[in-house]
Design a protein around this ligand. Structure first.
Ligand code: 0X9
Ligand code: ZN
Length: 466
């Protein structure tokens, strides 16, 4: 295990050596050019934006994250922090700026050519998109639809089509609010007409982080499965209502299709002298102990918390929709991300155990076990803080004070689920760029987990004892 000092020293010395050679400038991504207000500059693919980029895994000790993160975020040649594990961090490095010889000796290259990985995906998408387009409305048939990832406008079309085909079960909400680039954030509600106004409600959202394509795809898969199985097994949609925002960060997601495949944040330009930085991490911006650790106040960082709690239009839209007058029966909320195969429960910002830790653990462990039973895949169930500290996250907001004030008689079963692949399976580049053959298997295991979770939460509501 390399100590923080060694990693930081090596990375700092790499940074300063390069800075000395080419004249010090702060890190600036090609996608982070200053914008004309409200105008998206980079909707065309930059030619070979990842030439010379590799993905490198650096072992780090638990607890070293906070100190290391600011070093990594501000080091020239480090393009993005991709994923933190408990004992490593995966970073995207521009080897022409920060050559491997300047990285710690323990750094292991897990993808040596990011460009070819993205090129392969884009080539495949070009072929499958024209194949699907030629199918007309048949492209929505499950075997066709779940064979590939889809653009935002196609995802919207799929949900509209679903609602038109199943008006008894699906309500399509065309907009719960607009993104910075004025795109509609859609939502759906899924339930049967039985006990419509009295049954417990569950919240699901995904796509906070633009590059995590498997999240919105998985949501679509379990929605499809719940509907397909309703006729033979009506009990679930008869006993629960699902309120779903399948794609929160529309602007970021679109940018991953047209500008930068590995973009994480939203696309709002940050005002002030911040080197043309764009974007806030939408899973650091919720008014839940915002800015209390594990997030960055540097706008160029991938975990930038934003100028204030709840500053981002996407977070505002979800909060407003969550607190809709018709959502007073919520008892659980899940935020789906990727990757690493984790079921994470509150808290993420403090070591203090959540008041409902035993039941939250039972729920998280049960989700893990339902997945294992469905597919054999191992997910780890743990507290968020035991992975790493983060504040201003969605799942802490679901569980904590603000929702408590609004629904004072209960707390929510709140989880963050990190989908496939596992950190150990990132061979040759799977990670955020997960092959589409994984959509159905991931969807199936999460469908089983969702069914188990809903039944468990209904049987064990977290009532607040007066
Ligand atoms: O860091 C995040 O926002 C989530 N991971 S991701 O790789 N999808 O970005 C996990 C947040 C979990 N919360 C804490 N660890 N506190
Ligand atoms: Zn994420």
């Amino acid at each position: 295990m390399v100590s923080i000092t060694v990693v930081a020293t090596l990375i700092c010395s790499a940074s300063s050596a390069v800075a000395a050679a080419i004249g010090h400038q702060h890190q600036q991504h090609p996608q982070q050019q200053p914008l004309v207000a409200g105008v998206e500059p980079s909707n065309t693919l930059v030619a070979q934006p990842y030439a010379g980029h590799r993905i490198v895994r650096v072992p780090v000790g638990f607890g070293e994250r906070t100190a290391l993160e600011s070093v990594l975020s501000s080091t020239r040649g480090i393009e993005s922090i991709l994923v933190w594990g408990t004992s490593h961090v995966d970073i995207q490095v521009d080897a022409s700026v920060l050559p491997p010889s300047l990285l710690p000796p323990t750094a292991q290259t897990i993808v040596d050519n990011v460009q070819s990985l993205v090129d392969k995906e884009m080539d495949r998408l070009a072929v499958s998109q024209s194949r699907l387009l030629a199918l007309g409305n048949d492209r929505f048939a499950p075997d066709n639809w779940f064979s590939e990832y889809h653009k935002y406008t196609d995802i919207v079309a799929w949900f509209k089509d679903l609602a038109a085909k199943h008006p008894d079960l699906v309500t399509f909400i065309p907009s719960i609010g607009k993104t910075y680039l004025k795109k509609d954030i859609i939502a759906i509600k899924l339930t049967s007409s039985v006990n419509k106004l009295t049954k417990p409600q569950f919240w699901f959202h995904s796509g906070d982080h633009a590059r995590e394509w498997i999240g919105p795809a998985t949501v679509q898969y379990f929605v499809h499965s719940l509907i397909a199985d309703h006729a033979s097994n009506p009990s679930l949609l008869d006993s629960a209502e699902l309120i779903i925002v399948p794609l929160m960060n529309v602007d970021g997601y679109e940018h991953t299709w047209t500008g930068n495949r590995l973009w994480r944040k939203n696309r709002r330009p940050i005002k002030g002298d911040f080197f043309g930085s764009i974007g806030v991490d939408l899973n650091r911006n919720w008014p839940a102990h915002w800015g209390e650790g594990g997030s960055s106040n540097m706008p160029f960082s991938d975990t930038y918390m934003g100028p204030e709690a709840g500053s981002e239009p996407e977070v505002k839209a979800l909060i407003e929709f969550f607190k809709n007058d018709n959502h007073t029966r919520l008892i659980g909320a899940i935020d789906l991300h990727s990757f690493s195969q984790l079921v994470l429960r509150p808290y993420g910002w403090t070591q203090k155990p959540a008041p409902d830790e035993p039941l939250l653990k039972k729920g998280g462990d049960g989700i893990r076990d339902a997945i294992k039973k469905a597919s054999g895949k191992k997910y780890v169930s743990e507290r968020e803080i035991d992975l790493y500290a983060a504040s201003g996250t969605a799942s802490d907001w679901f569980y904590d004070e603000e929702v408590q004030e609004w629904l004072p008689d209960r707390r929510l079963y709140a989880y963050t689920i990190e989908l496939r692949p596992s950190a150990d399976e990132v061979n040759g580049g799977e990670g955020f760029i997960l092959p589409p053959e994984q959509i159905i298997p991931t969807g199936k295991e999460i469908y089983e987990a969702v069914k188990w979770y809903i039944e468990f939460a209904i049987d064990n509501v977290l009532w607040v004892k007066k």
